[in-house]
Design a protein around this ligand. Structure first.
Ligand SMILES: Nc1ncnc2c1ncn2[C@@H]1O[C@H](COP(=O)(O)OP(=O)(O)OP(=O)(O)O)[C@@H](O)[C@H]1O
Ligand SMILES: [Mg+2]
Length: 294
């Protein structure tokens, strides 16, 4: 089920083109990472889909338009750290936000439990560490039990311990079946938390797909042979190829990146398997990403 569909969004700030014909599809239950270096247009994208910024052209639909303008109530988002009251407790701050959102909630304990702040719920916000503040912000997005949660760089500025805690919280939220959309410039973070990813640079979409297919070290190979069962037997006998699945009339396998397509070709030839199709896809996008983010 589609949660968000974006078609050909473009946006410039004066001479700077922040988004260039960007299209994305996000489905229910995905943990979707928008990954790109600084200035690639992540925050701009989130601003547009949240209705905070106007795009120059293009369009987007939330939930296939099922809820009309009511879609906004189904989305929890923090673009920046929200304005909490420094002298009020976590509980009081969440209660104020509920009031602003017009949501009747009193299960703050459960929310604070989720973000691991229950033990500090009576402390004033100003006494929190940066990581705790960030986790309270996450709790705030969960008020009203939204279907979709949006985060912009959720671990920015945190130390390794804080990062680990925020990641753990996000993973738990994702496991509860909510759709999570997060912007990040950190490859490792997207790999650890997300199920799907879109890589953007200069407002252009470079690649999108499941994290396994896009960021994996392995190379995906499409194969077809005259004798498909002989091909399958061959693949199973090779230790550096794995996870074969049949898509239409082709076999898709993962190959360790230390091996090459030429090796497969030779192997098939030696075993008398005639290949009619052999294509490597998704070549080392990770390297490409690291290159552009340098
Ligand atoms: N209000 C603004 N006025 C002018 N230029 C802007 C404005 N906001 C963003 N930009 C520019 O648009 C481009 C995209 O910015 P954006 O904030 O969307 O990138 P980002 O991917 O979120 O970057 P970061 O990782 O640094 O948060 C950048 O070149 C940025 O300088
Ligand atoms: Mg940003």
């Amino acid at each position: 089920m589609s949660v968000l569909s974006i078609q050909n969004l473009s946006k410039s700030y004066g001479k700077i083109q922040a988004l260039n014909n960007l299209s994305l599809e996000i489905n229910e239950g995905e943990v979707y990472g928008i990954l790109g270096p600084n200035g690639s247009g992540k925050t701009t994208t989130l601003g547009v889909i949240l209705g905070i910024l106007h795009a120059d052209s293009g369009s987007y639909q939330w939930f296939d338009g099922r809820y009309g303008k009511g879609h906004r109530k189904r989305i929890g988002a923090i673009l920046e750290t929200p304005n909490f009251y420094p002298y009020k407790t976590a509980e009081d701050n969440l209660s104020i936000i509920s009031h602003i959102k017009g949501v009747k909630t009193n299960n703050y304990d459960q929310l604070l439990e989720l973000v691991n702040l229950a033990h500090r719920k009576k402390s004033a916000f100003r006494t929190y560490s940066l990581g705790m503040k960030q986790r309270l912000a996450i709790a705030a997005t969960m008020i009203g039990d939204p279907d979709v949660i949006i985060f912009d760089e959720p671990t920015n500025g945190l130390d390794p311990q804080g990062i680990a805690e925020v990641r753990q919280t996000l993973t738990e939220i994702a496991a509860s079946g909510k759709t999570v959309i997060m912007a990040s410039h950190i490859l490792d973070e997207v790999e650890k938390i997300c199920s799907h990813v879109a890589i953007i640079k200069n407002g252009n979409l470079l690649a999108t797909g499941s994290v396994g297919s896009i960021l994996s070290e392995d190379v995906t190979i499409e194969l077809q042979a005259e004798d498909m069962s002989a091909l399958q037997n061959l693949i199973e006998s090779v230790p550096w190829m794995s996870k074969s699945k049949i898509i239409a009339d082709r076999l898709e396998v993962q190959m360790e990146n230390s091996h090459s397509v030429a090796e497969i070709n030779k192997l098939a030839f030696d075993r008398g398997v005639t290949l009619t199709h052999l294509v490597a896809r998704k070549q080392r996008l990770e390297e490409e990403f690291l290159e552009i983010t340098k």
